[in-house]
Write a protein that binds this ligand. Structure first.
Ligand code: M6R
Length: 615
């Protein structure tokens, strides 16, 4: 939620900030703004409700000069999207400007006490309270700005990634973080970039530092970089080399990032498998499992914590772990788990799944489980993210940057990695026969080509989508591992097309949702060949008898359902345990095309943000 970017160096910073904001816009797009210091006396603040393009139209030709600046793209928390609530916010009559991602939980009491001391506020935001607090602390203590930032942050409860500029410190940019991401790019001599993720930095430098919680970085045009924690201890930063390629964060000829990312899946699934599977040796190697095998071997239970699409990947993993490794699994919404006083034991393995690695609820659930002695394993896409660092061990999904707010390739990469883990644990525990293990590895290796075959049906899927553009509701039904796929299909449709959609296990239909079926209702059935196929056919008959509009995903060659369904999409055959990696793809494409035909902004759906760093 919210993207922040900053620059200090010798270059004109406005174009750097704007380009950075465009890259970060997936994190929030309610308003955008910049503060550019002219190097002498004035910080020019330009901000506007709406997208980065609205900000640019507002700025017009009056580009503010300066080589120190900060920029922000907002996902509103405190106060509605408006020019006045847009960041940057200021104190000291515009001489101190700050951007912020996160939530200051005690902002109301801080605001009240600051008001008592004569501070006046123009916005509804917690950010304005924080910059006034820093100003107040500096006035009260006569400390340097960086010391004042440290002291003020000690008074703050909540999450923050901040960057600020001070008109009295022309050579300085300060940044700090706690529970919200922040990356520092190290450029030419004493040139620094700051951003919520590496995407605005990658084209300027490959050298980055991931700031840790409660660290304050002072970037100085003459003196370089100094990082201290809130206890005033100097931190020696570790400089990492970025592995990301610039092409990975551009649309590459596709109309939307979401479509590009759907089409990347043959490669991203392959990347999740690469280096981990040897079919000839019938082997899976995952260092995160091997290094902590004692924990996995002793596990009496696996608890999976995640949100949204990642939670759906966790639901699929539940079937796989129970089947392959015979370990009981509980799949929890991180947001519920953390407030439920859950029973966690030291022989539990807790798997946290997150594309961004920054989801606030998942992070909080991790901390809770860690405090109670469980072994924490992270399945994250973003390298160096908070969840990747907070967990005891883990496996990256290697899907590459996912920019579209609706998760697609990250989901299939998560399912791939979780499948590998379940297979590996099952094998190491001696519960999977060599034959079954080898057969599944061969099948898994064949999945990327099968996804490619599905993508070749895009034109037909688009045509089918055209029949449902005006629908108000939709039902998605599946069983076994395809039940979470039904949930995921429904989530994809609702988040980007704003059509109300629900996913159910198909046998549950008769316990209530069947009342919704009429001739207007599209029902998407996942009916690929598996142990419960015949049961699903009965459910399909029940919908047909009530006039519902049937779309069936079937295994290649299925003739039976062609007679029953209005539309049939053939899915290449695979082992039923791996079916989700295929069945989800047509559902992603259907949602995408329906949303585009409804004129929705698929990459930036209303009210959403890619990385949910607030509760
Ligand atoms: O980054 P995470 O995987 O932790 O994010 C979890 C959810 O916020 C995310 O999956 C969300 O549901 C997506 N918009 C789904 O497309």
């Amino acid at each position: 939620m919210c993207g922040i970017v900053g620059y200090i160096g010798e270059k004109d910073c406005f174009p750097i900030l704007i380009k950075g904001l465009r890259r970060l816009e997936y994190r929030g797009y309610d308003s955008a703004g910049v503060a550019v210091f002219d190097g002498e006396s004035t910080i020019n603040i330009l901000k506007k409700k709406g997208k980065v393009e609205d900000l640019l139209a507002f700025v017009g030709k009056d580009i503010p000069p300066g080589s120190t600046g900060i920029g922000h793209t907002r996902w509103a928390t405190h106060g509605p999207p408006s020019d006045v609530n847009a960041h940057p916010h200021t104190a000291r009559f515009g001489r101190l400007a700050m951007i912020h991602n996160g939530i200051i939980e005690n902002y109301e009491s801080l605001r009240t006490s600051l008001e008592t001391n004569g501070h006046a506020f123009v916005s509804d935001t917690d950010t304005e309270v924080l910059i006034h607090l820093i100003d107040e602390v500096q006035n009260r203590t006569n400390a340097s700005l960086s010391d004042a930032v440290q002291m003020a942050l000690k008074e703050v409860e909540g999450a923050y990634a901040i960057a600020l500029v001070d008109a009295s410190e022309p050579d300085m940019l300060i940044a700090a973080r706690k529970s919200s991401p922040l990356v520092i790019g190290v450029g030419e001599e004493n040139e620094f970039y700051v951003a919520s993720d590496a995407t605005p930095i990658i084209e300027h430098t490959q050298n980055v530092i991931y700031l840790d919680d409660e660290e304050v970085a002072v970037m100085h045009r003459k003196k370089g970089l100094i990082i201290k924690n809130l206890q005033n201890t100097v931190i020696t930063p570790e400089v990492h080399a970025l592995e990301m390629q610039i092409e990975a964060i551009e649309k590459g000829g596709f109309q939307h990032f979401m479509l590009k990312e759907i089409f990347e899946q043959p490669n991203s699934i392959l990347d999740s498998i690469r280096g981990r599977v040897s079919v000839s040796r019938s082997e899976i190697n995952m260092s995160g499992i091997d290094a902590h095998w004692d924990k996995w071997n002793a596990a009496q239970r696996i608890i999976i914590i995640a949100c949204g699409t990642s939670w759906h990947a966790g639901m699929i993993a539940e079937y796989l772990f129970e089947d392959f490794a015979r370990i009981p699994v509980e799949v929890e919404y991180a947001s519920e788990f953390r407030y439920r006083n859950p029973i966690i034991r030291s022989n539990d393995v807790v798997i946290a799944i997150s594309q961004s690695g920054e989801t606030a609820d998942t992070l909080a659930a991790i901390k809770l489980a860690k405090d109670q002695g469980a072994h924490l394993f992270g399945v994250c896409n973003v390298v160096g993210s908070s969840i990747a660092r907070e967990t005891d061990s883990g496996a990256y999904t290697h899907a590459g940057p996912e920019i579209g707010v609706a998760s697609t390739k990250a989901f299939t990469a998560q399912v791939t990695v979780l499948t590998l883990i379940a297979l590996l644990v099952g094998k190491k525990k001696g519960l999977l026969s060599t034959q079954r293990f080898s057969r599944l590895l061969v099948e898994l290796k064949a999945i990327p080509d099968k996804v490619q075959k599905l993508l070749e049906q895009d034109a037909r899927i688009k045509e089918i989508a055209g029949h449902f553009v005006k629908s108000e509701n939709a039902l998605y039904l599946g069983r076994g591992v395809n039940f979470p796929v039904a949930l995921e299909g429904a989530l994809k449709l609702k988040e980007i097309s704003y059509i109300h959609a629900e996913g159910y296990p198909s046998a549950e239909m008769k316990h209530g949702p069947i009342a919704l079926i009429d001739e207007e209702m599209p029902v998407f059935f996942i009916a690929t060949a598996d142990d419960v196929y015949e049961k699903i056919v009965s459910n399909i008959q029940e919908v047909k008898a009530r006039g519902g509009r049937l779309v069936a995903l079937v295994s290649a060659g299925n003739q039976e359902l062609k007679q029953l369904a209005e539309f049939v999409i053939e899915v290449p055959k695979t082992d039923q345990a791996l079916a989700p990696l295929l069945t989800v793809v047509p559902l992603q494409l259907l949602s995408y095309h329906i949303a585009v035909m409804r004129d929705c902004n698929v990459d930036q759906p209303r009210n959403l943000a890619k990385s949910v760093t607030v509760e």
